[in-house]
Design a protein around this ligand. Structure first.
Ligand code: FSX
Length: 354
């Protein structure tokens, strides 16, 4: 692996021009709210960077995170950059299996000690000594602990790895925990979402490759560039919320005409992610644009928050789940109540004042 070509050389070999790399850097710099000069510095750094060794571990998950990345609208430069990292180990994508696969993991760890990134999707089962999920004869916990020991950093992709996700939902039969419950003494970046946005995954890796440091993170260790605003902050239905115009059912005229889906259970006001701006499938759409409320999939404990179709104002129905239910409770429908709702969310630290 020591003779890895630079990313610039690899892109040129694939017919990707310098101009395209500059365009991607500029897109990424804008996306991450970096100063204008950062875009050319990023292009230079990316062109000179050696292919980054990445070891990808998949534990208790549905493979949606890998699907999100590999089935993103193609071809895009971020796909190519992800293809051009050295993905030295990936349960789903690697050609070899068994002893040869494990040898590849150990070799990558040895040859890139202190420099490789570990990407994890899925939660880690601790119940019954980890018997619910084993790979190559060892528990997920053992594999994670051993693999991260000499890693540069760990990226938890998907809500399962970041916060426990579906396997952690009540009653959590496998004793599932997020990666951060096991990994200590190493930087852990959470890119949540079920699944996460491919741009957030590729953008975060590109940032680390370009600048040799981690991006700025929020209180849940998510890159602020992608998780700095709530879905509600950026939602195109927001003007209807402000005017107190709420759809009453998924097929009424209000819903069809873009009215706010708050009363139908939309969790956009308490969910932080970039779906409303980046959208999915190459910027085609996102759930709210398709007529369905946000499920809040990038937030901790979203499966247990009292029902996807239960309005926030009705509370979570689940004690101890912090979605600001107390802040939202008692909000009546209408423009005046919308303002009150915002004020109360802000008082709970859930939303900026407007
Ligand atoms: Fe979880 Fe990802 Fe949802 Fe699925 O790997 S975040 S269940 S999309 O696959 O972990």
């Amino acid at each position: 692996m020591s003779d890895r070509e630079t990313l610039g050389a690899a892109l040129a070999r694939c017919g990707i021009s310098r101009r395209a790399l500059l365009k991607y850097s500029s897109y990424l710099a804008t996306l991450m709210a970096l100063p204008p000069a950062a875009s050319s510095a990023m292009a230079e750094a990316l062109a000179k960077a050696r292919r980054q060794s990445v070891i990808w571990l998949s534990f208790q998950e549905c493979t949606g995170c890998t699907e999100s990345l590999t089935r993103s609208f193609s071809p895009t430069l971020e796909d190519l950059i992800f293809n051009l990292i050295s993905l030295d180990y990936h349960h789903t994508l690697m050609a070899v299996s068994g002893a040869a696969a494990e040898a590849a993991r150990l070799e990558a760890m040895k040859e890139n000690a202190g420099k490789y990134l570990v990407v994890v999707d899925g939660s880690v089962p601790l119940g019954d000594d980890g018997a619910y999920s084993t790979i190559a004869g060892i528990t997920n916990r053992q594999m994670l602990t051993e693999t991260v020991e000499h890693a540069l950093a760990v990226i938890s992709v998907g809500t399962c790895a970041a916060f426990g996700g579906l396997p952690h939902a009540d009653p959590n039969p496998t004793g599932a925990v997020p990666v951060s419950a096991i990994v200590t003494g190493k930087p852990v970046i959470n890119i949540s979402g079920c699944p996460p946005l491919p741009e957030a995954m590729a953008g975060t890796v590109s940032y680390i490759l370009s600048f040799g440091k981690l991006p700025e993170l929020d209180h849940l260790h998510r890159p602020k560039a992608f998780f700095g605003d709530s879905i509600h902050d950026r939602c195109y239905r927001r003007p209807f919320y402000e005017r107190g115009m709420f759809a009453k059912s998924f097929d009424d005229d209000g819903a069809r005409n873009g009215w706010c889906l708050y009363e139908l259970g939309c969790k956009g006001p308490v969910t932080y992610n970039s779906c409303a701006t980046l959208k999915w499938n190459g910027g085609t759409s996102f759930p709210i644009q398709s007529g369905h409320g946000c499920l809040g999939c990038s937030e901790p404990g979203f499966w247990d928050k009292g029902g996807f179709y239960r309005p926030l104002a009705a509370g979570t129905g689940s004690p101890g789940v912090a979605v600001g239910a107390a802040a939202i409770g008692g909000v009546a429908v209408g423009a005046a109540s919308a303002a009150l709702h915002r004020r109360r969310l802000h008082d709970q630290g859930g939303e900026k004042p407007k």
